[in-house]
Ligand binder design. Structure first.
Ligand code: RRO
Length: 308
């Protein structure tokens, strides 16, 4: 079974890779991803300066996923530029993820990664956990300012990591901007921002930062993620590539994202819980489904959602 696929013309050896977020901020963690079944090495979103992130507790597993307010803990973008050549021997795509705190931050980081050994640049427009910094992609004027600087320079493909949208007009508006600025791929979706989980015993939120409001991930958000993948697939078709992310923990989940139109799926919450064995397990489960259904490759099933 051929599970090779591409994002922005770049070959991915299989369908499942890690999502920016869990266990991808240090060089040791990135080496673990290099040695794992992940089809790429996706790095933690970075900022200009290193950050230790928000106060703890800032991550909690839930029955069907997780809530977190990590607050962008990372080593600063320079470190990730230096790590890239050390990771090339794994022979899989290296993806930088940048999360500016200003338009100028995005410009500086994208220019630097354009000159580095990373293969793709994911521009994170959707971190929900920085106090006083709204998610960029919910503000289309601000988004356009960022897209105008990140799309300007270099030859490496640039994509955007989007928050969940809940209305088609927002997906349409974003799709127009993606076309206008020749963005090569989208990553749908980031965590569902600013949800609240309460501990009824303690009568407190379960997270400390932002008075308990944090990003929701895992199975809770899978239908929202599928809807966003499908909406962008409908709107942009083969003009862009799509990373699907949100609640994938089994081969069936991955197959659903494939039908919706995702070129590759990223896993975050299940990787945090299960460790690097999850990549090979989900890939094998997906292959078994494709064989049972008579598909010959991942490409064969992509976008093939049927209608009632
Ligand atoms: O670090 C975080 O708190 C974080 C980021 Br950058 C993001 O993009 N999405 C998320 O749920 N958490």
């Amino acid at each position: 079974m051929n599970t090779k696929t591409t994002i922005a013309g770049l070959e991915f050896p299989s369908y499942i890779c890690n999502a920016s977020g869990p266990n991808d901020a240090t060089l040791d963690e990135l080496h673990v991803l290099g040695s794992s079944g992940s089809s790429a090495i996706v790095m933690k979103s970075c900022t200009i300066e290193p950050r230790s992130g928000n106060a703890e507790p800032r991550y909690a597993r839930l029955p069907y996923g997780a809530i977190q307010s990590m607050g962008l803990p990372n080593l600063g973008y320079r470190a990730y530029g230096e790590f890239a050549p050390l990771l090339q021997s794994y022979g899989k795509p290296i993806v930088a993820s940048i999360a500016g705190l200003s338009v100028e931050d995005y410009r500086v980081m994208v220019d630097t990664f354009q000159e580095s050994d990373v293969d793709l640049i994911e521009v994170n427009l959707s971190c929900p956990n920085i106090e006083g910094k709204p998610q960029v992609a919910y503000d289309f004027e601000q988004t356009e300012k960022v897209l105008s600087v990140v799309s300007r320079s270099g030859t490496k493909p640039v994509g955007v990591k989007l928050p969940p949208y809940f209305d088609y007009v927002h997906q349409q508006h974003m799709a127009e901007l993606i076309e206008k600025y020749q963005i090569s791929f989208v990553t749908c979706i980031n965590s569902v921002g600013n949800v609240l989980v309460i501990d009824p015993e303690k009568e407190t939120p379960i997270l400390k930062p932002k008075k308990g409001f944090g990003g929701l991930s895992g199975s809770y958000i899978k239908p929202i993620a599928l809807a966003n993948v499908r909406a962008f697939y409908n709107l942009l078709g083969d003009k862009i590539s799509i990373f699907g992310v949100g609640g994938i923990q089994s081969g069936v989940d991955a197959f659903e994202f494939l039908l919706a139109g995702a070129d590759v799926v990223q896993v975050g919450t299940i990787f945090e819980k299960e460790g690097p064995a999850c990549f090979g397990r989900i890939e094998k489960e997906l292959v078994d489904i494709l064989i049972a259904k008579g598909y010959h490759s991942v490409a064969d099933a992509k976008g093939r959602l049927k209608f009632l």
